[in-house]
Ligand binder design. Structure first.
Ligand code: SF4
Length: 227
């Protein structure tokens, strides 16, 4: 599997996987050609264990591009693991394989509810993401749905549609609204009042809504994996 870099914070090691099947207009991932290291799950575990992190986050890029190796990694590494994903490749077999492993939590993005908007923003349909959320809700995996609030694009009206959709699957689904960091020059950073307003609207549908305003962590360092 291809890794862009590892980053360390006080409590976790984050693995940034290389490559993605979406093309988000405000993508934060460093997916420049050939800036990756190819590693096996065993090699990656050996590399990470020297830092003895309390937890490991699989992030991207899109980690689920490396489905077979990802399952191997999760089954082999006996530590708390969190997967962040765009959800488009999570089918029922994949989800079943992840059940009863060390995977503690999945953070799944639902970037937009309106399919045309999702297609404009990511280059892909959101149907697979809808299906993945419904299947996760039937699984024994703990998961949280996330949306980046982008003023004028993924705005309050879109957040409300997502919250209503999620409530139709289950009102106990955890939902988190992330504050857009201006990348791609498509909008400006939302104000705290805008984020709080979006959270209030989502709470009309869902019992557990949070936002990135409540959490600020900074990596201690980032580095490329050596082999
Ligand atoms: S899903 Fe994430 S990594 Fe992929 S293009 Fe979108 S923002 Fe970038």
């Amino acid at each position: 599997m291809k890794i862009s870099y590892l980053s360390l914070s006080e409590k976790r090691c984050t693995i940034q996987f290389y490559g993605c099947n979406f093309k988000c207009k405000a993508c934060f991932a460093p997916n420049k050609a050939n800036r990756y290291t190819e590693v096996t799950p065993e090699r990656l575990i050996t590399e990470i264990k020297q830092f003895d992190p309390g937890e490991v986050m699989l992030a991207g890029g899109e980690p689920t591009l490396y489905r077979r190796e990802l399952i191997e990694f999760i089954k082999m590494y006996d530590t708390k693991i969190i997967l962040t994903t765009n959800g488009s490749l999570l089918d029922s077999v994949f989800i079943r394989e992840m059940e009863n492993t060390c995977l503690k939590e999945i953070h799944i993005d639902l970037k937009a509810y309106t399919t045309k908007l999702h297609e404009w923003y990511t280059g892909s349909s959101n149907q697979m993401v809808f299906d993945a959320i419904a299947q996760l809700n039937r699984s024994n995996l703990d998961f949280e749905v996330m949306t980046v609030f982008i003023p004028g694009i993924i705005d309050t009206d879109e957040i409300e549609k997502i919250a209503e959709f999620l409530a139709g699957i289950g009102t106990k689904i955890r939902y988190k609204i992330i504050r857009y960091v201006p990348i791609g020059n498509i909008s400006q950073r939302p104000t705290e009042a805008e984020i709080k307003g979006a959270v209030s609207i989502a709470k009309e549908y869902l019992g557990n809504v949070t936002s990135s305003l409540e959490e600020r962590t900074h990596p201690l360092r980032s580095f490329r994996v050596r082999i």
